[in-house]
Ligand binder design. Structure first.
Ligand code: NAD
Length: 438
């Protein structure tokens, strides 16, 4: 089992709310609504006892945050990672509030996590931990209040266990309590690749605007998990050159580009990120250079897609980032200080609350299908996702151009307009006790 690399940890939530202050002046939102968003609606901290395979007892710290439910039930993933703490979960929940507003789906923002390195747990220990966590938060979540989903180091199998545990507690099948489930338990077609696909649809819009020929565009992807792999695969199918990828152990670079399905095969089946070309299950090694994650970020490529964790591009390395376009598949990979440095260079950052919103959008589709009991085809999911991602990308791009602001500020302003409108629609007395926006 490999250890997960340590991250530079600042107070993420404090950093995250800086974006609201910046966007406020470009949005139709009352300052009191911004003040409200600086304080999560409710937070829950739990200790999850787990009987380990060797008979010993271990306790794991878990968190669930409902940041804001003005626009609908709160929605957001559950992360398993050693560095999960309350501040990180609060920041991730705030980003979810903004993300759901960016794509116009009727949810607020929530998030959860457990401080654990899942690579050190057996399959059975992982299941006991996941079910134990749900037992602790069962009164906090629900299909009309707070709906979890997968995030880093959690997947559809874990979502299936969690839904099953919740249904046992409530003594009724409740598929809509959680999204990202296996298809056999009420999952949606197209949820698995939705995050990477949403980022890919954003890139396709940029390709159209800039008149790109995909064959001339090189891409580096940092983090080769769910979001990174699917993004790389879809871009590769269109002829884009995926020249570098990495995981927590390091990366590989090849100027001519990789055969992405082969890399995915090696990573998912053999659990190894390796420069290979595979025909069925027979893989040959191809020439490539081993690089570190830091080197990957600083490569001279056309597009950089950070798809791992937050605080990856900071004031320390922002000056060395050469890619003119960044697609933030991860949440919060660029710090506010690094934003400024990238902006000065004229880099275009397609921000996380737009670029990775495909995941929550298809999670919304899954919730709708669970509640109606009628299931869509994969083509229907793709068509509806593309429509939303393209519409919101273009609205934000247009706002960025006309207001002469960066794309992140435009995306936040776009979200704050929608949140502000919902705050007003609620009636102000319950919310603030004073009048609405000026
Ligand atoms: P995942 O667990 O499937 O993959 C994470 C990948 O990142 C793995 O390949 C891991 O090895 C790699 N990694 C971990 N630490 C790293 C490090 N220090 N340097 C480089 N690589 C590292 O997770 P995921 O679901 O793909 O999530 C990745 C990012 O996308 C997260 O920021 C997550 O919040 C965001 N995101 C995911 C979804 C989703 O639906 N899965 C939706 C929206 C946003």
């Amino acid at each position: 089992m490999s250890a997960v690399e340590p991250l530079q940890q600042t107070d993420l939530f404090t950093e995250a709310i800086k974006r609201l202050d910046r966007a406020q002046e470009y949005a139709k939102v009352h300052p009191e609504a911004i003040e409200r968003l600086k304080h999560p609606k409710s937070v829950l901290s739990v200790a999850v006892p787990v009987r380990m395979d060797d008979g010993s007892l271990r306790l794991f710290d878990g968190y669930r945050v409902r940041h804001d439910d003005t626009r609908g039930p709160t929605k957001g993933g559950i992360r398993y990672h050693p560095q999960v703490d309350m501040s990180e979960v609060k920041a991730l929940a705030l980003w979810m509030t903004c993300k759901c507003a960016v794509v116009g789906i009727p949810f607020g923002g929530g998030k959860g996590g457990i401080s654990v390195n899942p690579k050190e747990l057996s399959h059975m220990e992982l299941e006991r931990l996941s079910r134990g966590f749900i037992r602790q938060i069962a009164d906090f979540i629900g299909p009309d209040t707070d709906i979890p989903a997968p995030d880093v180091y959690t997947n559809s199998r874990i979502m299936g266990w969690m839904m099953d545990e919740y249904s046992r507690i409530k003594r009724q099948k409740t598929p809509a309590v959680i999204t990202g489930k296996p298809i056999s338990l009420g999952g949606s077609q197209g949820r698995d690749d939705a995050t990477g696909r949403g980022g890919y649809y954003c890139l396709k819009e940029l390709e159209r605007i800039r008149g790109w020929n995909p064959k001339e565009i090189s891409i580096a992807v940092q983090g080769f998990g769910n979001a990174g792999q699917h993004f790389a695969r879809l871009c590769h199918n269109d002829g884009y050159k995926i020249v570098a990828v990495s995981d927590s152990r390091g990366g590989i670079y090849r100027e001519e580009g990789f055969d992405v399905p082969s890399l995915c095969y090696s990573k998912n089946v053999n659990r190894e990120l390796k420069a290979v070309y595979c025909k069925d299950s027979v893989c040959d090694t191809v020439e490539a250079t081993s690089i570190t994650n830091e080197q990957l970020l600083e490569l001279d490529v056309n597009v950089l897609a950070p798809a791992a964790l937050e605080n990856t591009i900071t004031d320390v390395n922002a000056g060395r980032i050469k890619a003119p376009v960044l697609v933030e598949l991860a949440n919060g990979p660029v710090t506010p200080e690094a934003d400024r440095s990238l902006e000065e260079k004229g880099s275009l950052v397609i921000p996380d609350i737009l670029a990775n919103a495909g995941g929550v959008t298809v999670s919304y589709f899954e919730w709708v299908q669970n509640r109606s009991g009628y299931y869509w085809t994969e083509e229907e999911v793709h068509t509806r996702l593309r429509e939303i991602m393209s519409r919101e990308f273009n609205a934000i791009y247009e706002r960025m151009t006309s207001a002469k602001i960066d794309m992140r500020t435009a995306a936040y302003a776009h979200a704050l307009d929608r949140i502000g409108e919902a705050v007003e629609a609620h009636g102000t007395s319950a919310f603030f006790g004073t009048s609405g926006r000026s």
